[in-house]
Design a protein around this ligand. Structure first.
Ligand code: SF4
Length: 408
């Protein structure tokens, strides 16, 4: 149920060009994290059905596949936990993404989290998030997740238009989305996020406004809203799709949400994310702060020390690799100082807190063309200085891709 973002996906960030046919799990042994606290991303690579716009690493769930995957994941967690540096780190967040993690039963999820806890210390208030699709949850299942330790849910609603949802390939309708939200609250979830998408085929400004207002009426703690992108790996990216709103309409949809969310007291704290005060996604902030996180599951990407890496993408190969006793790292890249700076700039500027002005100055030093470009953004109030920090405005968020290309 993962969704594309307007300024580039996070979970599908490419780890670099170094790759090999053979697993290279030993690179994790050789690259200890610099931080004591890390995040952990766990990828669940199955969905009941593939959505037309989706380019994430997921496949229809076939008989026996979940059991094989969970066995491989258990081995991967054991191997990660056996790394010499593992006892020195603590996990501050765990994020189960996909795919559709809510295909897991509560018992399967509890066993997975227990396995992680058996190898890694968790901080006392660790954030544990599960992405859920409305049709795959019930109050009892979500209560079981909560008992297992899950304290945050992210619900993939995407749309409340019953003529658009089937076209997307979604399996729920608007009533089902609302019922899932209520089930989560009844199960005791007090940190609940909703995902919506704009720029969808057939979605006009009035329809978008109705969806936004309806979801805001539910009073979610967090709201993510992504503009549709036609990624190459998606069905729509390959075949095309008719009925897309114009670019002007998509811009209007962005502003309609930004203003409606502000009117309800949600802070627009990241390009695509809004939250009640105190409810920012801690896991995603690890990405945006260019901090370190481990990865588990097929195709999952991690970042430790100065190294970005990605696991074997195909689930059968992932399972085979772990059955052979190897960590399933397929590719890795040691970031140069310049790459690291570029990532800190573009990830940090995604967030409303922005970045230290001195960091931007380091990048601009000696590059008069880029300095002129940035000065123009400042003159247009797309980029503003606040004390010793610099940040994008909401208008700057909307155009941020153009700046990020320059800063990398
Ligand atoms: S639910 Fe749809 S969008 Fe989400 S990962 Fe599965 S196929 Fe992709």
């Amino acid at each position: 149920m993962s969704t594309p973002s307007p300024a580039g996906g996070l979970r599908q960030m490419r780890p670099g060009s170094v790759s090999a046919d053979n697993p290279q799990g030993s690179v994790l042994a050789d690259n200890a994290p610099e931080a004591r606290e890390l995040g952990l991303y766990v990828h669940v690579p199955f969905c009941a059905k593939r959505c037309g716009y989706c380019s994430f690493n997921t496949a229809p769930l076939e008989d026996g596949a979940m059991v094989r995957y969970l066995e491989a994941l258990r081995r991967e967690i054991d191997l990660l936990g056996a790394l010499a540096w593992a006892p020195r780190v603590r996990l501050s967040t765990i994020f189960l993404g996909g795919g559709t993690p809510s295909l897991l039963t509560a018992d399967e999820l509890a066993a997975m989290l227990d396995r992680i806890r058996s190898h890694f210390e968790l901080v006392a208030d660790a954030e544990i998030t599960v992405e859920c699709n409305p049709e795959s949850v019930t109050r009892d299942k979500l209560a079981g997740y909560r008992t297992a330790g899950v304290n945050r849910l992210s619900l993939g609603v995407q749309s409340l238009d019953d003529s658009i949802l089937p076209r997307l390939g979604r399996l729920h309708d608007a009533r089902g989305a609302r019922a899932a939200f209520e089930a989560a609250r009844e199960a005791g979830c007090d940190n609940l996020s909703v995902d919506l998408m704009y720029g969808l085929p057939g979605l006009d400004l009035d329809g978008w406004t109705r969806a936004v207002e309806a979801v805001l009426d539910w009073q979610p703690d967090h709201l993510s809203a992504y503009g549709l992108t036609l990624d190459a790996g998606s069905l729509w990216g390959a075949a095309g799709i008719e009925g897309l709103p114009t670019e002007d309409t998509q811009v209007d949809q962005y502003w309609r949400l930004a203003r409606a969310a502000a009117a309800r007291g949600l802070e627009h704290y990241e390009i695509s994310n809004y939250a009640r005060r105190g409810f920012r996604s801690r896991h995603n902030q690890i990405y945006w702060h260019a901090a370190e996180y481990l990865a588990a599951g097929p195709g999952a990407c991690g970042f430790v020390g100065r190294m970005r890496y990605a696991n074997v993408k195909a689930t059968p190969r992932y399972c085979e690799t772990l059955a052979g006793g190897d960590l399933p790292v397929a590719s890795f890249e040691h970031l140069s100082e310049r790459q690291r700076l570029g990532e800190r700039l573009i990830l940090g500027l995604r967030v409303s807190d922005g970045i230290p002005a001195a960091l931007l100055e380091t990048r601009l030093d000696g590059d008069s063309r880029l300095r002129g470009f940035v000065d123009e953004w400042r003159a247009r109030t797309l980029l503003v200085d606040t004390g010793d920090r610099v940040r994008l405005t909401e208008a700057g968020f909307l155009l941020s891709d153009a700046l990020f290309v320059e800063l990398l």
